[in-house]
Design a protein around this ligand. Sequence first.
Ligand code: PLP
Length: 383
Amino acid sequence: MNFDLEEYRGHWNLDPTVHHINHGSFGAVPTIVRNEQARWSDHIQNNPVQFFMREAMPAVQLARGKVAKFLGQRPDQIALVRNTTEGASTTMRGFPFKPGDEAVVLDHEYGAVTYSVERAVIAAGGSLVEVKIPRLASDGEVLRLVESAFTAKTRMFVVDHVTSATARTFPVQELSDLCRAKGIAIVIDASHVPGNFDLDLDKLDADFWFGNLHKWCSAPLGTGVFRIADRWNDVMRPLIVSWQDHESYPLQWDMLGTVDLSGWLATPTAIDFYANIGWERARKANIARMRYGRDLVMKELGISSDQLREEEIPLGVVPLLKMSGGREGCFALQEKIATEYKIEVPVTTYSDSEQYFMRISGQLYNTASDYEALIPMIRKELK
Ligand SMILES: Cc1ncc(COP(=O)(O)O)c(C=O)c1O
């Protein structure tokens, strides 16, 4: 079995003794991008004063402009941040929650983001409302469940576009339209979105939208994006107060003190890497890899296709036998698979279920053998 674009495998310098089928967690950076980041690091260290005093701001603004263009946005509509966690923390810290307010999250939400919402709304004297969504719920069902959780006190709704533990999408445009109609602020965790979808962020019109470039754009670690709707520009401020504090959005975010800017500056090279291949072709090639691996595992475990929601994303989950042990149990199993079988694949769970899932990623460096390596492991450990 050969996949499209297998000739790109050599563009990554990953440990060849390991099967890497977890691009979704931390990405992996192609050599051309690592070299560009190293070039920026060398340049910065050649004359740090020249760089920070005279070059850094125009360089960051150029990189930000390229990222914004890639996202179909004007440069003044996108701020660069380190990651989704920072986007979420900034939003929650800056949001004007009042006593009695309710913030609604789904039980599929990434834990760190839920903690962020919880801390902010409770500190203001409000409360967190968690809505349970069946893993395979249709988009219509999701909309109904969310709408029925809204009350006159709901101030904010937080949703993943692509979920981490359950690798499903939520209908963000419809949810955004619903929130707008009800006067509720919508926050979209788009961690897995840049690189996987062609976006119309103006139409989506989320109040707050943040995502990662270090996942599916394969940009250097610590590269995230944060979009704030114009109506919030004067309210939202960076978490860190810097010399940029009297600037407006997104300039306030451009340099939060002396930091390593090499990742942001090398990000356009990552975007160009996929643009040169063709985004659509690369996406299809990633999805085909994931589906090959997922279907192999489903067949081996005898799981029928009604246990999956087919999505156009390079992430897929397969339900495993029911196991108790929560997140600790997932980490233990994941570690066992990594150390004993040399396969990096995440084991996830969500909500208060005792269901574990194996989450499979597809990326251009994967070959069929990466997924086939799961079979002997499954026979020994998971049956
Ligand atoms: C849905 C989702 N949200 C947030 C995050 C956090 O991303 P980061 O650690 O880059 O901030 C992740 C990371 O996997 C994620 O999958």
